[in-house]
Design a protein around this ligand. Structure first.
Ligand code: ATP
Length: 261
């Protein structure tokens, strides 16, 4: 874990008693979870456990009860773009890239809101600053040399990293990564883990990593939270998760003593 955390990134994310209801389904139930700056935290659980719902709630894309703080300030009443401006960034399960645009352009869209806002932005936020932020994000994810290539010509692993670069542009204190390794082979997944560790170390931001690739999550994370049916059933280190009875049962669907079978 990085010990050299830039001042701007001190604080971290804390969700307390976060609850999300979709009709009769309680998709998150009193979830308490925190991510400190410079830390990679895993959020795992079986399909439908409520992982994406948690990210949607924290980022303001779905209605929730409970509190969310970033850097010690409540953000749960803010709209998604306001939370983003405060430094809460997410990636999406489906990469959302524009294949016909270059890598640089794909990342720059995060800085271009469009409309009258863009006009004022161009006046008060000179292009140099925007380009600098995009260039820095691309080099953080290791794609500095690929900036002028079309997004569609990149490997899937590289495309995922473009999505991460987009999330890093501007202020990024906390990175929420929703299944970034989906579709990657094990070598690409390992490469992604190495890159993520570098990003978090250099950026000083915290990261919440959701993925079904257990070797990725247990290999790269400092701490892990496990959700089942919307409730947290475990928090601890990856080593503790590997041997926790409730975690093993949630994943294998059998009690620990029968797990080998
Ligand atoms: P996966 O690993 O398959 O992506 P998940 O752990 O991310 O699953 P969620 O997608 O958060 O789980 O779903 C949690 C529960 O909430 C599920 O029962 C799901 O059907 C339900 N759910 C999710 N989004 C909605 C929605 N917009 N409206 C109604 N129910 C929803």
């Amino acid at each position: 874990m990085s010990t050299d955390v830039p001042a701007a990134a001190r604080g971290g994310l804390r969700a307390e008693r976060l609850t999300v209801r979709y009709g009769g389904v309680t998709a998150n139930s009193d979830v308490d979870l925190d991510v400190r700056p410079g830390e990679i935290v895993g959020l795992i659980g079986p399909n439908g456990a409520g992982k994406t719902t948690f990210v949607d709630a924290v980022t303001g894309f779905t209605r929730s009860e409970g509190s969310v703080t970033l850097d010690g300030e409540r953000i749960d009443a803010l709209r998604p773009h306001e939370r983003r401006r405060r430094g809460l960034s997410r990636t999406w399960q489906s990469g959302e890239l524009f294949g016909n645009l270059t890598v640089r352009e794909n990342v720059a869209v995060a800085t271009r809101p469009g409309g009258v806002g863009t006009l004022f932005r161009d006046i008060f936020w000179p292009r140099r600053r925007v380009d600098g932020s995009v260039g820095r994000a691309l080099s953080l994810v290791g794609l500095g040399e690929e900036a002028d290539r079309l997004a569609r010509d990149l490997s899937l692993g590289q495309q995922k990293l473009v999505g991460v670069a987009r999330a890093l542009v501007g202020t990024c204190k906390l990175l929420l990564l929703d299944e970034p390794a989906a579709g990657l082979d094990s070598a690409e997944s390992l490469e992604f883990a190495t890159r993520l560790r570098t990003i978090v170390g250099e950026q000083g931001a915290g990261a919440l990593l959701i993925d079904h690739d257990m070797s990725l999550v247990l290999g790269v994370c400092d701490r892990v939270f496990v959700l089942e049916f919307g409730k947290l059933i475990f928090s601890g280190t990856p080593d503790e998760a590997r041997t926790d009875q409730a975690v093993v049962a949630a994943y294998l669907g059998v009690p620990m003593e029968n797990a080998d079978a």
